[in-house]
Design a protein around this ligand. Sequence first.
Ligand code: NAP
Ligand code: 3JN
Length: 361
Amino acid sequence: MTKEKYNVAVVGATGAVGTRMLEQLYASKIPYDKVVALASARSVGKKVSFGSAELTVEELTEDSFEDIDIALFSAGGSVSKKFAPYAVKAGAVVVDNTSYFRQNPNVPLVVPEVNAHALDAHNGIIACPNCSTIQMMLPLEAVRRVYGLKRVIVSTYQAIGGAGQQAMLEADRELREVLNDGVKPTDLHADILPCKGDKKHFPIAYNALAQIDVFTDNDYTYEEMKMTHETKKIMEDESIAVSATCVRIPVLIGHSESVYIETEKVAPIDDVKRLIAEFPGTVLQDDVANQVYPQAIEAVGKRETFVGRIRRDLDVENGIHMWVVADNLLKGAAWNSVQIAESLIERDQVHATTEMKFELI
Ligand code: NAP
Ligand code: 3JN
C-alpha cells in the first residue's frame, strides 16, 4: 500500500556508486523519512553527504533493515548475496546494483524506460543491470518497438569510474607520475586495473585495456557476457544476437559505446533518429554538419543517455551504427537504481514479500 514516507537504506554508501545513490535519492521524487548510510566496519562513524546534511555511516549487519522500506545495494556481489535476503526477510524491497541476482529467474532486471512492467512481478529483489547494458537499452528499445531487433555488435569505451574509487585513485596517480615526474607509461606500476583480483595488472594512463572483469571460458570477459545475457533478459527475447567487446579507456566518468544493430524491417534513418529523440531518457545529439555528437565529458552529472552518429551500414541494408554515451555512475548505476525505486512507488509495489525466494546464509 502506498505510504506517505519511506525509510531508505543505502548499502555501500561510501563508494563511487553509493555516494551518488545518496545524491540521486536526495534529488528524487521519493518522499523519504529516514535515510540510513551503511558500509563495512572500516567506515563506521565516517560522514557522507546527503543534500546539505551529513549522515553518519553505520556498519551493515543482518539486523540493519528492521524498519526499512527500500534498500539500495551497491557494495559488491558477495555483500548482496549475504545481506539482500535479510533485507527482504525484514520486509524491505531491495534494488540491487550488483550482478549477483541479475540472472535469477525470480528477480526482474529493470531499466524503467524499457521494462518497468517487470517490477510488478517482484519477489523482494529487483536487479539493476550493468552500466554498459543500461545505456545501450534505451536507443535499442526505441528502434526495436517499431522495426524489431535481430542482432547487436557493440564495442565499449568504458570510464575508469566503473571500476570503483580505488581504480580512479590509481589512474590519478599514474597520470601524475607521467606528467609531473616523466615516468614512461610502460614503467608505471598498477595494482588494480584491468581487474582487481586478476593475475596481472596494467597501467591505464595513456592506454586502452581490452579487458573488463575476468575472462570466461569462451574468451569473452564477464563484462561482455553480461551485455549479452542482460540484453536478452530485459528485452524478453533470447533470439537477439549480442556480441560485445569491452574496453577501458583513460576517461574518469562517462561510458561511450559504438553500437551496430540489424533490425528485422529496414528502418529509414530519419525515423530512427525521430524514435530515439522521442524515447524517454534519451537525447539525440546528431548533427554532423555542425560536429554535434555525444561526448563523455558532457554526459557527466546527467541522468540522460545521449545518442548520435546514427547512420546506415555501407553494405547491410538493415544495419545501423550509432554512438551512445551516458554517465556510467548515474544512468549506469545510481540513477537507474533510484529511478527503479521511484517506479516501484508509482506502481504501488513497495511491499513486504510473503513467499521468501532467497536463501538466508
Ligand atoms: P567502491 O567505490 O569500491 O565502493 C564499494 C562500497 O562497498 C563501499 O561503500 C564499501 O564500504 C562497501 N563495502 C565493501 N565491502 C563491504 C562489506 N563487506 N560490507 C559492507 N559494505 C561493504 O565500488 P563502487 O564502484 O561503488 O561499486 C560497488 C558495487 O556496485 C560493485 O562491486 C558492483 O557490484 C556494483 N556496480 C555496478 C555497476 C553497474 O554497472 N550497474 C557499476 C559500478 C558498480 P567501505 O568504504 O566501508 O569499504
Ligand atoms: O567496470 C565497469 O565499468 C562496470 C563495472 C561493474 C561492476 C564492477 C564490479 C562488480 C559490476 C557489475 O555491475 O556488473 C560488478 C558485479 O556486481 O559483478
